[in-house]
Structures are given as structure tokens and as C-alpha cells.
Design a protein around this ligand. Structure first.
Ligand code: NDP
Length: 466
């Protein structure tokens, strides 16, 4: 049967069809609230598409797009420095390969579970589609916590993790990268073990070191890209980042390069954080302070509270789980760049940001705003750049790293940065115009979800029932 004309029994109105698939997603994937949330957010936008494209419903694209093509879960045993056996759980979700090999990061964090990785893999499908590059969606990781581990322990863990993962990935099959807890050190150990086991030097991972196949600008790309995207959003209202006070959360890869690019644009970043608390520096975080943070986090692997000892005017607010809001989002500022983790902006945080006159929220982290917070930003007509568009610069530059590896060439810093900048501008244009075309001008959530979905859904139709 041709899937283009396949008609399931009892065609429903789009809204009913969407709701019935959503109910089935919740029933089939119990105890995975983040996955439900990510699907719900996309589905909310798709009603507008299904009204115009009944063929997607006929071919049951929604039921197919929420179902991973493959889920891998495996044991990762390793020895710690005391000679004790440790056992972690490893995962890879190969979500969708309609438009290219699976592509998406690896996260090492104690909170990692199947539901978190399914939400991330699902988001990745649409994000990768928006980049304009040929990449499918995937995500993986482990509940291993690199914090407090020695380099040797991290290496032994990475080697054990890759010993299993290597059977499932490859430069034309599935190309992982970094995410929370997986930076240059971990990618190095993972790549070394892949090369040793497979006896081949290929672009099987991105985020590699510059001397062995990495791309210039890849470490900077997510943060830089997010700021380029924010700049495009402001331009649409004839405004700019110049002189704007900015809140940035987290102090890892995305936060660091968001701050650097904000400084390039003449903005004033005033916050950073980690899981132990928030730093507020009313004088602003300048280049010298940023260099100090990068050394603290990437080399000494220290805690952000030390910033307040080094820079006396800064205030440290420890994390207080009894507090119903994050004090970082209650500081008066023009723009917010959540760059730590999912659901870090709750409805209460969104209310605080709005009360204090926030003009723009650009998401460096994946799904940092709850559904309620997202709706509040949209209702208030705040410039709101959803993660799958605003943070797509990281994976886009991973795509550029893959292109350089395939061609066995390396591009200059200026060339990669220029391509990244153009891609972010194109993503913004696509989201902006798609939102307008589907009758919701300015709603970049709809723009991103619909723009990302259409390319993947059409490829799925073309490729038949697979
Ligand atoms: P890093 O591990 O480099 O940094 C993460 C930062 O967020 C750290 O400061 C960490 O603090 C903080 N953080 C993590 N989890 C929590 C938590 N549960 N509560 C409070 N703080 C937390 O990761 P990245 O910068 O790479 O990733 C940050 C976000 O950006 C993630 O959502 C990731 O998925 C997203 N992203 C990353 C991309 C990339 O290229 N790296 C690409 C696209 C999106 P602590 O050290 O205390 O854990």
C-alpha cells in the first residue's frame, strides 16, 4: 500500500487526532514527564499544519514520529580508583533518520534516564531539521556523574561506555557529540576507544580536538549561535543587544560562550550559576572575569561560589530547594539566556522575569522553560526564542565538522563562524516567516515546530512506511 494514500480507519478532526496520539504517548511511555512535555509542545503547534495537510494524518506521521526508530540501553561496568567495581547505565536513542544519520549529544549526569533522553532526542529531530543540514535526530548518555571523579576514572568509564556503543554508531549511521557532562576531555577518551576497537579514524564523533579532526568554533557554537539568534529577534523589533543587561544561567560550555558573544555585542551579562547556587555581579562579567570562570570550570573543575571570593562585589545565593523560585530569574534585566538544564524556568520564575520587564528570552539549554512559562512569554509578546531554534548552532557546527571530516579539510575560524552566523540568521528567518504563514506572527515556537516538522514529515512520506 502506498503510504501517501493510506487511510486509517476513522479519520478524525486534526485536534481530535492530535489528542488521541497524545493520550497514547502518555499511556505507552509512563513516568516520562519530560518526554510528554516535549511532545505536547510540538503537537500544540501542529494543529495548524494538519488543517492544511491531511496526508500527514493519513500516513500516521504523528504516531511514527514519536516512536524512536531504535532504543539502546546497556550496562557500563568500570573500576574506580580504589579498585571497586562500579556499574552505570548507558543509552542511545536513535529517534529519526528521515533526513540524515542520527545526530545528537551524549549527556553524563546522575539525572539521566530514558525519559529525559527521549525528550532530548525528540527535540533534536526538529532542531536538526531547522539547521538546513542533512542530520537525523538522536541522543544518548549515562547516569554516570563526572563531578568529583579523577581523569583516570572518567577515562575508564568512557572506554567501557564506548566498548558497547561502538557497535551501533558510525560516520554515516549515528554521530554523537557532547552535552551536559561531556566536553572535550570525554570526547577525546570516547574517540580514542572507538578508534582502537574499530581500527578506523573517522568522523564518528563531533566536538573533537582541533589537532585530530575537530572544527574551529565548535566549542563556542551553541553559545555564539544563541546570541546571534537573539540579535536577529531584536532586529525584528528594530532593537539590538548593545547596552542590554543579561541574565545567563549555568557556567558550562553554553553559558561561557553566550557570555563571550554578549560581550562582543556590547551587552552586560551579570549572572552565572551551577547546581549549588547563583552568582550576581552587578558590575557585569567582563572578559577577564569570564577567563577566570573558564579556568575554574574547565581546568580546576571547581564550584561557582568561589567567584564571590575572587570578586568582592559579587553576591552568591546558594541553591535552596525550599524556595519556590530561582533567585537568578528575579534580578532585573532586559534579556534572559537560560543555559543550564531543562525546566529551570517555572511559571513563578516566568512571572518574576515578566514583572521585572524582561524583553527577550533566548534558550541555550534544552527545554529550560516549562509549558506554563512558555505560554506566559508568548501571551506577553516577549521575544521568545525556543531551544530547538535558538540553540541549534551547536549541532549545526557539528554538521560543519562532519562536512570538513568528509572532505578531509579544515576551514578557518572566520569561515566556520560566518557559516554559523548565516545558519542562525536563516533559522530565525524560517521560524519568523513560518509563524506568519500559519497565522501566528511573532510566535517562534510555532515557527520552529512547524518549520522543523515539515521537512522531516515530507521525507517520511517520500520514503514509505519504514
Ligand atoms: P555543561 O555540563 O558544560 O554545563 C552545564 C551547566 O549547567 C553547569 O554549570 C551545571 O552545573 C549546570 N546544571 C546542569 N544541571 C543542572 C541542574 N539540574 N540544576 C542546576 N544547574 C545545573 O553543559 P552544556 O553547557 O553543554 O549544556 C547546558 C545546556 O545546553 C543543556 O540543556 C544542554 O542540553 C544544552 N545544549 C548544549 C549544547 C552543546 O553544544 N553543549 C547544544 C545544545 C544544547 P553543575 O556543574 O553544578 O552540574
Amino acid at each position: 500500500m502506498n503510504p501517501r494514500v493510506m487511510t486509517p480507519p476513522g479519520i478524525k478532526a486534526p485536534a481530535d487526532y492530535i489528542e488521541s496520539v497524545m493520550i497514547s504517548v502518555e499511556a505507552k511511555n509512563p513516568a516520562e514527564p519530560e518526554f510528554h512535555q516535549a511532545v505536547r509542545e510540538v503537537f500544540d503547534s501542529l494543529r495548524l499544519v494538519l488543517d492544511k495537510h491531511p496526508e500527514f494524518q493519513s500516513a500516521r506521521i504523528l504516531e511514527r514520529i514519536v516512536e524512536p526508530e531504535r532504543v539502546l540501553m546497556f550496562r557500563v561496568p568500570w573500576f574506580d580508583d580504589q579498585g571497586n567495581i562500579q556499574v552505570n547505565r548507558g543509552f542511545r536513542i536513535e529517534m529519526n533518520s528521515a533526513i540524515g544519520p542520527y545526530k545528537g549529544g551524549l549527556r553524563f549526569h546522575p539525572s539521566v534516564n530514558l525519559g529525559i533522553l527521549k525528550f532530548l532526542a525528540f527535540e533534536q529531530v526538529f532542531k536538526n531539521s531547522l539547521t538546513t543540514l542533512p542530520m537525523g535526530g538522536g541522543k544518548g548518555g549515562s547516569d554516570f556523574d563526572p563531578k568529583g571523579k579523577s581523569d583516570n576514572e572518567v577515562m575508564r568509564f568512557c572506554q567501557s561506555f564506548m566498548t558497547e556503543l561502538q557497535r551501533h554508531i558510525g560516520p554515516d549511521t549515528d554521530v554523537p557529540a557532547g552535552d551536559i557532562g561531556v566536553g572535550g576531555r570525554e570526547i577525546g577518551f570516547l574517540f580514542g576507544q572507538y578508534k582502537r576497537l574499530r581500527n578506523e579514524f573517522t568522523g564518528v564523533l563531533t566536538g573533537k580536538g582541533l589537532g585530530w579532526g575537530g572544527s574551529l568554533i565548535r566549542p563556542e557554537a551553541t553559545g555564539y549561535g544563541c546570541v546571534y539568534f537573539a540579535n536577529e529577534m531584536l532586529k525584528s523589533r528594530k532593537d539590538s543587544l548593545e547596552g542590554k543587561t543579561c541574565l545567563v544561567s549555568g557556567s558550562g560550555n553554553v553559558s561561557q560562550y553566550t557570555i563571550e558573544k554578549l560581550l562582543d555585542f556590547g551587552a552586560k551579562p551579570v549572572t552565572v550559576s551551577d547546581s549549588n547556587g547563583v552568582i550576581y555581579d552587578p558590575d557585569g562579567i567582563d572578559r577577564e572575569k569570564l577567563e577566570w570562570i573558564i579556568e575554574l570550570k574547565n581546568v580546576k573543575r571547581g564550584r561557582i561560589r568561589d567567584y564571590a571570593d575572587r570578586y568582592k562585589k559579587a553576591i552568591f545565593m546558594p541553591t535552596d530547594i525550599k524556595l519556590e523560585h530561582n533567585p537568578l530569574w528575579n534580578i532585573k534585566a532586559d534579556c534572559a539566556f537560560p543555559s543550564a538544564t531543562q525546566n529551570e524556568i517555572t511559571a513563578k520564575d516566568a512571572a518574576n522575569l515578566i514583572k521585572n520587564g524582561i524583553q527577550l528570552v533566548a534558550e541555550g539549554a534544552n527545554m529550560p522553560s516549562t509549558l506554563e512559562a512558555t505560554r506566559m512569554f508568548l501571551d506577553m509578546k516577549i521575544l521568545y526564542g525556543p531551544a530547538k531554534a535558538a540553540n541549534a548552532g551547536g549541532v549545526a557546527t557539528s554538521g560543519l565538522e562532519m562536512a570538513q571530516n568528509s572532505a578531509r579539510l579544515t576551514w578557518t575560524r572566520a569561515e566556520v563562524d560566518d557559516r554559523l552566523h548565516k545558519i542562525m540568521t536563516a533559522i530565525h528567518k524560517n521560524c519568523y516567516e513560518t509563524a506568519e504563514k500559519y497565522g501566528t506572527p511573532g510566535n517562534l515556537v510555532n515557527g520552529a515546530n512547524i518549520g522543523g516538522f515539515l521537512k522531516v514529515a515530507n521525507a517520511m512520506l517520500d520514503q514509505g512506511l519504514v
